[in-house]
Design a protein around this ligand. Structure first.
Ligand code: NAP
Length: 278
């Protein structure tokens, strides 16, 4: 095998046609003059293991993984980082030169970097966090909030059993609130996160009374279609700093690009525009 092989990367999911990751990575490859390619791959669950094992032989240096394969790939990797194991899912695979497949999860990193860059005064240690939603994305949010030292995480989900399950996994810092009383989580909260899919185009809005919300809170929404959800709009009207979800997508991509192509790409307005397709 030649050392001069063109490095390839991919995003593997099903469906995958909607993904903006190929446009983002193509932009960075162009910008840094790297002769590589990043392609979308629609792979069925039954074919996943065979496809992933074949990829290094074809010149792939790694891949992003998205719904519905993020959990399954953990079982196909030779090495799983602690944070991917804690989250219970991987979004990044690295095909190492020694033939080993390394699985990582950069979603939590993307979540935190987005808040740090979008709300420079964000001080997560100074008060509780309130999180709506208990799906796959919420797992990465919980792991990273614990990592940055929030004193308490209040969690609410339409299906309470899912939130209770996360409480058991993530421990005593997590306090579960009933969905019908989710507004109570906001009293004194310094970090407020919509990690549910409510507010996405085609879904109802996340409607929660914001009376208890302090103007000192930093409020973010993982939903980025639309960029300004009704939840963020109302939080902004209440005087809070708000951070949209697009930056999380951009920041989670940067460490993966660096691992595959050897250079840390910049998350800037150009990258943002590329992902928005404008
Ligand atoms: P998921 O695993 O399917 O979980 C969906 C979550 O939304 C669950 O908590 C679910 O509650 C809740 N939900 C859905 N419909 C609801 C409704 N009608 N009423 C109340 N709750 C509802 O999805 P996910 O992977 O966690 O993703 C969640 C959102 O985050 C999606 O919009 C996704 O696009 C976004 N996201 C963004 C980024 C980023 O980079 N910005 C990264 C990852 C995900 P139940 O448990 O009751 O069903």
């Amino acid at each position: 095998m030649s050392d001069r092989r063109i490095p390839l990367a991919a995003v593997i999911g099903s469906p995958i046609a909607h993904s903006r990751s190929p446009a983002l990575h193509a932009h960075w490859l162009r910008r840094y003059g790297i002769p590589g390619y990043y392609i979308p791959m629609d792979v069925a669950q039954a074919d996943l293991a065979e496809v992933i094992r074949a990829m290094p032989k074809m010149g792939f240096v790694g891949a992003n993984v998205t719904i519905p394969h993020k959990e399954t790939v953990l079982g196909l990797a030779d090495l799983v980082t602690d944070r991917a194991a804690l989250i219970g899912a991987a979004n990044t695979l690295i095909f190492r030169k020694d033939g080993k497949i390394h699985a990582d999860n950069t979603d939590g990193y993307g979540f935190v970097e987005n808040l740090r860059s979008g709300a420079v005064d964000w001080a997560p240690k100074t008060g509780p966090a309130a999180v709506f939603g208990a799906g796959g994305a919420a797992r990465a949010v919980l792991a990273s909030l614990i990592d940055v030292g929030v004193p308490e995480i209040r969690l609410s989900n339409r299906t309470r059993a899912r939130a209770d399950g996360l409480q058991k996994e993530f421990g005593a810092k997590v306090k579960v609130f009933d969905w019908v009383q989710a507004g109570n989580m906001l009293d004194g909260a310094m970090t407020v996160v919509n990690a549910s899919s409510l507010g996405m185009v085609g879904k109802p809005d996340l409607r929660v009374p914001l009376d208890a919300l302090s103007a000192k809170a930093v409020v973010t929404d993982l939903v980025y279609t639309p960029l300004e959800t009704a939840f963020l709009k109302h939080a902004s009207e209440a005087g809070c700093s708000v951070v949209d979800g697009l930056g999380m997508l951009l920041y989670q991509a940067a460490p993966a690009f660096e691992r595959w192509f050897g250079m840390r790409p910049e998350v800037d307005d150009n990258a943002r525009r590329i992902v928005l397709g404008i």
